[in-house]
Design a protein around this ligand. Structure first.
Ligand code: IMP
Length: 185
């Protein structure tokens, strides 16, 4: 039985697959030298990261950070905490941050500052989705999968209150939060 779909499809699975194939090849061409370290931002980027690395035909290393910025709600708190750090030293390495979605830009700006302080050789960013009209902080994105409108989306790793990460499509969440629907009055 398929997982329940909470709203209309914004990016369908075949579209995601095709875009990642192109993106992976393009990014791989940007790293001709030493193997880069791909830093996935948990939890949202885990699905994207898994597909992206398999679309990159070069030697690369992977690691993850876990960031708490939303505290379970839907608007950025502006406070960002590194809840789990990298195991890999990145000084002198080419680092590619792999993000699920950039909204206000605050999370990514804070992560960039943290990682830059470790003096990587290069630091670039790839985000699956960019809600460009919501931006409050100017952050550079080197590769973007999809620019999407200002809607709250779930699926393909993205969640609402911990749910819907397993949906194969990116879907607009309609009609209130999952937490309210499941446990609320
Ligand atoms: P920012 O700091 O406002 O850019 O928020 C970025 C983070 O908020 C992302 O890494 C996601 O975890 C979360 N986020 C922002 N927009 C959405 C959305 O539409 N769906 C699910 N998570 C989102």
């Amino acid at each position: 039985m398929p997982a329940p779909r909470p709203g209309r499809v914004v990016i369908a699975e075949p579209e995601i697959r095709a875009r990642i194939a192109t993106l992976g090849a393009e990014i791989a061409r940007g790293y001709a030298g030493e193997p880069p370290v791909l830093v996935g931002v948990l939890q949202g980027a885990f699905v994207f990261m898994a597909d992206l690395v398999r679309a990159m035909p070069i030697d690369l290393a992977t690691d993850f950070v876990r960031i708490e910025s939303y505290g379970g709600g839907r608007t950025s708190s502006g406070r960002v905490r590194l809840a789990a750090d990298l195991a890999t030293p990145i000084e002198g390495r080419d680092v590619l941050v792999v993000e699920d979605i950039v909204d206000t830009g605050r999370t990514l700006a804070a992560l960039r500052r943290t990682l830059e302080a470790r003096r990587p050789r290069s630091l670039r960013v790839c985000a699956l989705c960019d809600k460009v009209e919501r931006r409050q902080v100017d952050v550079r994105l080197d590769w973007v999968g999809f620019t999407i409108p200002n809607v709250f989306v779930v699926g393909y790793g993205l969640d609402d209150a911990g749910l819907y990460r397993n949906l194969p499509d990116v879907v607009a969440l309609e009609g209130g939060s999952a937490a309210r629907r499941v446990i609320g009055p």
